[in-house]
Design a protein around this ligand. Structure first.
Ligand code: PLP
Length: 358
């Protein structure tokens, strides 16, 4: 039997680059611990591979959901794993069963956790989140006065910045000051405020631990920053070459019409793979430094590009074209479709062959 694994798109993940990015970030934060955020299947890149590639350097990992924590625990029996959403309502025991540390985000969660610990007779470790201005997760300044909070002995206090990708936004300083003030209620407990972009706001934001996610994968924390190594490539294969006469049209809705004779390649990647339909507006694929504009609408499993100017020896079925690479990074792709790199990454489909080097 021959292998059925013959997909027409492939994702290349450079694990060596990811490790180098962790080293860069760890150097930048000096004595603070540099954890790793691997929620959402490590931003769509494959949590198994990413977590094991980082496991020599990283002692502390963060995921969003209890389920992700259980999965990561099987991969990393020895590491500390925080669950950002805390335990599922009514299910604190999952945390203990899998040695996960919940991040407690509300007064109600703190109350349930403490009742659970009292019931089992052990003070299991938990982290406590403060809302310092984002109004998303975390207890408020008022909640700090509640007895149930005052009696908690968290292993970490944390908060999250809303505007860290905009270094000049005054909200950063305001949140940092509020975090300092709220943390004072738990003297000596390690503090964590910064995710990827926050790390680049300077040492005032580093405290005892930082929690980068996207920066590990090489996406720039601020516009124009070039200090990280790109770690992701995406290629798709030409499935057909066609020659169009003037007036012939392409794809659903026949929205593109050839104004001169042209060569068109049908490429095996589409919106089911996370290539948004809006990418058609001014997106392109690349072969080396030759830009191949997308023509017409993007289908579920394919899209069409203009290969009129591609040399004949590269214009054939089976040839690989670049969608994410040095010519066009994830941020560029995100700009084309009007979103952010995070959404492009986490939207990448599960049909790709994934190649991990390093
Ligand atoms: C997702 C997340 C992170 C990591 O964010 P990046 O911007 O990817 O570095 C850190 N902390 C919290 C609370 C998060 O939700």
């Amino acid at each position: 039997m021959h292998s059925c694994k013959q997909t027409s798109a492939r994702l290349m993940v450079d694990l060596a680059a990811i490790r180098k990015n962790h080293t860069r970030l760890a150097e930048r934060v000096g004595g603070a611990e540099c954890a790793a955020v691997v929620k959402a299947d490590a931003y769509g890149l494959g949590v198994r591979e990413i977590a094991s590639c980082l496991s020599e350097k990283v002692q502390t990992f963060f995921v969003a959901q209890p389920e992700e924590g259980c999965q990561l625990r099987r991969l990393l029996p020895e590491k500390r794993i925080f669950v950002l959403h805390g335990f599922s309502p009514g299910r604190p025991e999952t945390m203990v069963d899998h040695s996960l540390v919940p991040v407690l985000n509300s007064l109600e969660q703190v109350r349930q956790w403490r009742a659970f610990c009292q019931q089992v007779g052990t003070e299991h470790p938990a982290a406590l989140q403060f809302d310092t201005g984002m109004s998303r997760f975390g207890i408020s300044e008022d909640d700090l006065r509640d007895e149930v909070v005052r009696g908690l002995k968290p292993v970490l206090v944390m908060s999250h910045l809303a505007c860290a990708d905009q270094p000049d936004d005054p909200a950063n300083k305001e949140q940092c000051q509020r975090f300092l003030a709220m943390s004072a209620a738990f003297p000596g407990v390690p503090r964590s405020l910064a995710a990827s972009s926050g790390i680049f706001l300077g040492s005032d934001y580093h405290f005892e631990m930082v929690r980068p996610g996207i920066a590990l994968y090489g996406l720039p924390p601020h516009e124009g920053d070039r200090s990280l190594f790109p770690a992701i490539g995406l290629e798709a294969q030409i499935l057909q070459i066609r020659t169009l006469k003037v007036g012939e049209r392409i794809g659903y809705g026949l929205t593109y019409r050839a104004e001169q004779p042209m060569r068109v390649a049908t490429v095996g990647i589409g919106y089911a793979d996370g290539i948004f339909r809006s990418f058609a507006r001014n997106g392109a694929l690349w072969k080396g430094d030759i830009r191949l504009p997308v023509l017409g609408r993007i289908s579920m499993d394919s899209l069409s590009v203009d290969v009129t100017h591609l040399p004949d020896d590269a214009t054939r079925e089976g040839e690989w074209l670049t969608l994410i690479g040095p010519q066009q990074d994830i941020t560029k792709v995100a700009d084309h479709v009007g979103t952010i790199g995070y959404e492009v990454l986490t939207s990448l489909g599960y049909r790709f062959d994934r190649f991990y080097n390093g």
